[in-house]
Design a protein around this ligand. Structure first.
Ligand code: ZN
Length: 418
């Protein structure tokens, strides 16, 4: 049995064919794909996935939050489920791999198990999460973090979430029933393209995600004094943009301090934004991310001290207002170890790295043991039609997912639960 299991390998051609078939739904002339959540294209893709799930011997249900959950039965039907999955909705003008790859690799894992008539002890659930790219309504319902206000979940063109969900077989009024508990789940493992350049530049085949980083967003407001750009001598100026420029450099330097953090000013609003007037007010965004929230807080304390110094030296007033604070979601260490052991067994090179993008896994981490596997993204490009991961890397990731699930099936014992 052990040798049979260790020889199990996914079918690379079948996996790539499924990725190509799904990319035909919502295909764009530039080679990209667009399947916004709940759009006609998303609905068609959802139908196709459900058909494939049924053909693979899975029981399929849609929960009230619009998640598609396909179950490959295990030997102990009452045992908590091992789960995998991702999303098939896309951003506008997307590529073929973000989200879709994780879903179809999960399907390929189940097709491979079925071909060999191999069942796990645990039921294996493949989840297609509803609307990952915009509102995360699906995964938030599963973790119980949806809230009662429907407004934030409406579609880009203003359609209420109630009718969006009704169209795919969901029911907003029953959203509270969606929540899963740790008693129903053994673990969740999401396979995803990296969407960044780290694995490629380190020449590693597999990334073991340590967690999904905490993200904080702020607005700096700098107030100086607007005056004539010709008649005001340099030493009498209170130039808000000069102070803002020093803030941009301070943020960049903060990102370059020792540690894994990233820090960015991506947005600048200058007033009056006139060539011959000294700027009197500038608003700047700050986005800062790290896995370690204490470390983030320490960095912010340093930045605030620097901010005060810049304000004093430029004779401006600088305020910092918080906009958003997302907590980090740590990957379970035993799942990380299992993934590393699988990489060793399969002779694949690997490294640990944090995920600096959001994923369905961050919500699942709140209700069960979570792990994530990354495969390289060519040139780190994602959310664009040029997004690419080679067929070899796609198959390697799917094999790591397959064998990680087999390992976890043994790790989380069923005999008592079943
Ligand atoms: Zn994604």
């Amino acid at each position: 049995m052990v040798s049979l299991v260790s020889k199990l390998q996914v079918d690379q051609d079948r996996l790539m064919e499924s990725i190509a078939d799904l990319a035909n739904i919502g295909a764009l002339p530039n080679g990209g794909v667009q399947r916004l959540a709940f759009s006609p294209e998303d609905c068609l893709a959802r139908d196709l996935i459900q058909q494939w799930m049924r053909e693979s011997g899975m029981q399929v249900r849609i929960d009230p939050a619009g998640n598609i959950i396909g179950r490959y039965p295990g030997r102990f039907e009452q045992a908590p489920a091992l789960t995998t999955g991702s999303h098939i909705d896309t951003v506008p003008n997307a590529g073929h791999y973000d989200g879709t790859y994780g879903v179809l690799a999960g399907l390929e894992v189940i097709r491979t198990l079925r071909d060999r008539r191999h069942s796990l002890d645990h039921p294996l659930d493949l989840i297609v999460f509803a609307d990952e790219e915009r509102t995360m309504v699906g995964c938030k319902a599963l973790s119980g973090n949806l809230g009662s206000d429907a407004l934030p979940y409406r579609s880009t063109d203003g359609e209420p979430i109630q009718s969006c969900l009704a169209r795919v077989g969901g029911d907003w009024s029953k959203r509270a029933d969606v929540r899963l508990t740790s008693a129903e789940l053994a673990a969740f493992v999401e396979l995803h393209i990296e969407q960044g350049p780290v694995l490629e530049s380190a020449q590693k085949e597999i990334g073991i995600v340590t967690g999904i980083v905490a993200q904080q967003r702020y607005i700096f407001t700098v107030e100086g004094r607007g005056s004539h750009a010709g008649t005001t001598p340099m030493h009498l100026r209170q130039d808000a943009l000069v102070a803002a420029s020093r803030l941009v450099l301070a943020v960049h330097a903060l990102g370059n301090r020792p540690g894994d953090q990233v820090a960015t000013v991506g947005q600048l609003d200058v007033a009056p934004n006139v060539a011959n007037t000294i700027p009197d007010r500038v608003e700047l965004s700050l986005d800062i991310r790290d896995l370690d929230e204490d470390h983030l807080d320490q960095l912010m304390t340093k930045l605030e001290a620097e901010m005060a110094q810049i304000a004093a030296e430029t004779e401006t007033r600088i305020q910092l207002s918080p906009l958003l604070r997302n907590q980090s979601a740590l990957a379970n260490s035993r799942i990380q170890t299992a993934i590393a052991q699988v990489c060793e067994d399969l002779s694949l090179s690997y490294m640990q790295l944090p995920s600096r993008a959001s994923h369905d896994a961050q919500e699942m981490a709140q209700i069960t043991d979570m792990g994530m596997i990354f495969v390289p993204s060519e040139a780190g490009i994602s959310h664009a039609e040029t997004e690419y991961t080679s067929p070899e890397h796609c198959a390697q990731g799917a094999n790591v997912l397959l064998h990680t699930l087999i390992r976890l099936d043994q790790h989380y014992r069923c005999s008592t639960a079943g």
